[in-house]
Design a protein around this ligand. Structure first.
Ligand code: NAD
Length: 457
């Protein structure tokens, strides 16, 4: 993001051209957005569950109507392949439809007590601030906005300055679909300024953040001062564990996009590929074929599988990881400029103590770490500050379950590299975060539990 006296200049990473210019929000704008959300809260909270559910469904229909236009915008702004962007908008529609079921199902409990009747309610929190990153702007916005609205909260959404365009469109679409004014507000501005103000504004009840662990730590510190509710979805350095008894062809065919999808700018990237030593040579041969076959290029080309990185600064950061004598075993292709291109790269062999195995590179760089047995695979996989996702490839069901139960990570796939489903919980162990998104559990993080006792004496 280039900031020019109050302007956010949005760059298209594949062309380095200006895609849009927006007014940059100030601290006062952030406060005004919170005030609008606060004013809209009592009426939104009072909407009947049925009407709120119907409105959520209308928003889903409206997003679907704008599916292609949103996908094109996201593909151009993030530099992600158009086929991926279309799938992501489809997921956003599913997320709104899924949480449309929530308002009428937010039920409490009755609890046996002496002398009366005791029951619980799930109450909305009030104004929630939702701060999102640049890698999956629209899906991550929906994972927060949909459960927040379904539970009766009003929202201030802050997209990343690099990729604010689809968040602005989402708010317009929701308004067109009938969402009352002030229920969903978007502020586009710098994290340090607008983001921090949202976290500190006393009228914000909760902050839901997705982004780097470093910024998550800062948000946690600021929020602690007023005991705000906080959920954090942070970084990852996930393991893709391949045992010698697995279908190696399938594991190797699926491994590249599990790291290089979204040009490696994916918190779930399985960027540490742990391979049982006896299978390393066979696995590497198949992996090389798959990496070299990856189509890297114009995000708007239907056949493209990987686009550019988000910015010149970010490309420099990724490239710096290869400076200190990294052993490049496989390198795919990438166009030359303009555009922030970086070829898919596999380093091998790597030790889990190397910097490239410890830090989240957030680019198309995978490392191969050999292991000798199941116990060592688990030890290496868990030897990280992160715990977001991961995969296990094996044809031994008992081993798959033993390893899955031993991994300190929030989402695990067996013989698959898929982490995210609308209906299942997603979130991190350890420094990958606090709380869960998606599935029924996300609603717990947008509601407060109230207990009521009615005396019968
Ligand atoms: P970032 O932490 O730099 O920024 C995320 C958001 O926070 C942006 O909107 C930014 O403007 C805002 N921000 C920055 N500083 C702030 C501050 N001091 N106070 C309040 N807000 C502030 O992250 P990014 O570079 O946009 O995204 C990449 C990171 O996000 C990676 O670490 C990645 O792993 C993580 N991520 C995690 C998940 C997940 O679900 N766990 C999903 C996607 C991305």
């Amino acid at each position: 993001m280039a900031v020019h006296t109050g302007t956010v200049r949005v760059i298209e990473p594949a062309t380095e051209k200006v895609l849009a210019e927006l007014k940059e929000a100030s601290v006062e704008d952030a406060d005004r957005a919170v005030a609008r959300a606060k004013a809209a809260y009592p009426a939104w909270k009072a909407v009947t569950p049925k009407d709120r559910a119907n409105l959520m469904r209308r928003i889903a229909v409206a997003i679907d109507k704008h599916r292609e236009e949103l996908a094109q915008l996201e593909a151009r702004n993030v530099g992600k392949p158009i086929s991926d962007a279309r799938g992501e908008v489809g997921m956003v529609v599913d997320v709104f439809n899924y949480y449309a079921g929530a308002p009428e199902r937010l039920v409490g409990k009755t609890i046996p007590v002496a002398g009366g009747v005791d029951f619980t309610f799930r109450e909305p929190l009030g104004v929630v601030a939702l701060i999102i990153p640049w890698n999956f702007p629209l899906p991550i916005a929906s994972w927060k906005v949909a459960p927040a609205l379904a539970a009766g909260n009003t929202v201030v959404l802050k997209p990343a300055g690099l990729t604010p365009l689809t968040a602005v469109e989402l708010a317009k679409i929701a308004l067109e679909a009938g969402l009352p004014e002030g229920v969903l507000n978007v502020v586009v501005g710098a994290g340090r300024v607008v983001g921090e103000r949202l976290v500190q504004n006393p009228d914000v009840a909760k902050v839901a953040f997705t982004g780097s662990t470093e910024v998550g730590r800062r948000i946690g510190e600021l929020a602690a001062q007023s005991i705000k509710r906080v959920t954090l979805e942070l970084g990852g350095k996930s393991a893709n564990i391949v045992f010698a008894d697995a279908d190696l062809e399938q594991a190797a065919a699926s491994a590249p996009l599990a790291v290089f999808g979204n040009a490696g700018q994916d918190c779930c990237a399985r960027s540490r590929i742990l391979v049982e030593r006896s299978a390393v040579d066979r696995f590497m041969k198949s992996l090389e074929t798959s990496v070299k076959a990856l189509k890297v290029g114009d995000p708007l080309d239907e056949k493209t599988e990987m686009g550019p990185l988000i910015s010149a600064d970010h490309r420099q950061k990724v490239a710096a990881y290869l400076d200190d004598g990294a052993r490049v075993a496989i390198r795919g292709s990438a166009p030359s400029g303009p555009g922030y291109w970086f070829p898919p790269t596999v380093l091998s062999p790597v030790s889990n103590s190397d910097r490239v195995a410890r830090e989240e590179i957030f680019g198309p760089v995978a490392v191969i770490i050999p292991f000798d047995d199941e116990a060592e695979a688990i030890e290496i996989a868990n030897d990280t500050i992160y715990g977001l996702s991961g995969s296990i490839w094996t044809n031994n069901a008992g081993r798959a379950m033993r390893v899955a139960r031993s991994l300190e990570t929030g989402t695990i796939s067996i013989n698959s590299n898929n982490s995210v489903r609308v209906t299942t919980p997603f979130g991190g162990f350890k420094q990958s975060g606090v709380g869960r998104e998606l599935g029924p559990d996300a609603l717990d993080y947008y509601t407060e539990l109230k207990n009521v006792f009615l005396s019968t004496s």
